[in-house]
Design a protein around this ligand. Structure first.
Ligand SMILES: Cc1cc2nc3c(=O)[nH]c(=O)nc-3n(C[C@H](O)[C@H](O)[C@H](O)COP(=O)(O)OP(=O)(O)OC[C@H]3O[C@@H](n4cnc5c(N)ncnc54)[C@H](O)[C@@H]3O)c2cc1C
Length: 376
């Protein structure tokens, strides 16, 4: 068990205010234009919402993984597209911090933390994201570097990222290679329209005789799966926190509505059927909160990501489930208004559904947990 510290609670209040003043009035605009303006990323950087898991000497605030998840949860309560687009930064920064050279840390960490540049990770291929080891994208080495050919799909921030961390086959193993957006062999083939996360650029990327130098590899050549797995374990709890934020946003809308909506001369929150739904939603959120924050608290205590595979997979799976379940109940409480865009719940439900496949499907999350349980 743990409690949030005073510092974390203050940070939550600060992010909530930022989300309510900077994001809430503009979410429809962002969804309609299908884009979050760069100045919003810069503002999140200025507010210190990126780089909370990176130590001070590398440009972050070092306040930790729980704090980073709190920030994601609060942003998601208002605008899940932005929360999701930032949710994988702790994992990406973690692998640059732990596997990167001094030059790579200098080049990629500070600008990302300030919201000046955006990173993406490209692992999934058109032939199947779950079978990650069947990579077709290949980086062929020569005297000065690598030539990369292949395709990646569903890449969050893929269309706007300044740097792409690419998982590619190198010989019979895999490596993570960092590619700059202005590399002529790096092509954003198309944006992939989704049912939710309308402000997020999810894109298909192509690599066509894309030349990179030897020092573009993150970590050692051939060590790419271990590096990618580390990023996934660190990313999954904040992605779960996106779901928790959606659930909290939906709950708050439903509670407010239930107190205001009058039927039979009294507010519908007096109806026991409505109260029971609110109780179920609140219980669901509380239960999910502990599972989602636990791996971040463990990382903050110094537990290694490799020892958190089960709890991180569980956090991500639970986040998707709580988001969908609570939002659906909130929609029922609002009756016909539940499906109106005015009340945001339809948008939340669409966003919640995106969380099921993102960062590994529900079934893959269960396979990871089962593997760890059977080791006991
Ligand atoms: C919003 C969003 C953001 C994303 N962002 C990124 C990103 O930034 N970078 C990136 O690389 N990818 C990203 N993805 C891709 C995501 O990681 C993949 O969609 C996911 O890994 C599943 O791969 P797939 O879609 O190819 O499904 P498939 O792997 O084809 O799976 C199809 C079905 O088979 C099931 N299945 C597969 N293997 C097994 C098994 N062994 N046992 C039982 N069932 C199985 C799956 O659970 C699923 O139901 C994103 C996806 C979404 C929706």
């Amino acid at each position: 068990m743990f409690e949030f510290t005073r510092e974390q609670e203050m940070m939550r209040a600060m992010v909530r205010e930022f989300a309510e003043t900077e994001l809430a009035p503009r979410v429809r605009e962002f969804d309609e234009r299908g884009d979050i303006p760069r100045d919003i990323f810069r503002k999140t950087g200025k507010q210190g919402l990126i780089g909370m898991t990176t130590p001070k000497e590398l440009g972050g605030s070092g306040i930790g993984h729980v704090a980073a998840a709190i920030a994601v949860e609060e942003l998601s309560r208002i605008y899940p597209s932005l929360a999701f687009s930032l949710a994988d930064t702790p994992g990406l920064m973690h692998i640059i911090e732990h596997f990167g050279t001094e030059e790579q840390k200098d080049k990629y960490l500070k600008p990302s933390i300030q919201g000046e540049s955006i990173l993406c990770i490209a692992a999934t291929e058109p032939t199947g994201g779950s079978a990650l080891t069947d990579l077709r994208t290949e980086a062929v080495p020569d005297a000065d570097g690598y030539t990369i050919n292949g395709r990646k799909v569903y890449i969050s921030n893929g269309g706007i990222a300044d740097y792409c961390l690419l998982l590619a086959k190198t010989g019979d193993r895999a490596s993570i290679i960092i590619i700059d957006r202005d590399n002529p062999g790096f092509i954003v083939s198309r944006r992939q329209e989704q049912m939710g996360f309308k402000g997020l650029h999810i894109s298909e990327l192509a690599f066509s005789d894309c030349r990179v130098t030897r020092d573009s590899v993150l970590g050692r050549e051939g060590g790419g799966f271990a590096v990618a797995m580390t990023a996934f374990v660190v990313n999954r709890p904040p992605i779960g926190a996106v779901g928790l934020g959606i659930a909290r946003g939906a709950f708050d809308i439903a509670l407010r509505y239930a107190k205001e909506r009058v039927l039979y001369h009294k507010a519908i929150c007096n109806l026991q059927a409505i109260q029971f739904m609110l109780v179920d939603m609140d219980t669901d959120i509380d239960a999910a909160r502990w599972l989602i924050y636990y791996p971040g608290a463990a990382l903050d205590r110094g537990v290694a990501p490799r020892d958190l595979c089960k709890s991180a997979a569980r956090a991500k799976a639970v986040g998707a489930e709580v988001a969908a379940r609570v939002t659906q109940k909130a929609m029922e409480i609002l009756g016909g208004y539940g499906v109106s865009p005015e009340y945001h719940l339809a948008r939340f439900l669409n966003d919640a559904m995106e969380l099921f496949p993102a960062a590994g499907t529900a079934q893959i999350m269960k396979i990871i947990q089962a593997g760890e349980i059977l080791k006991q």
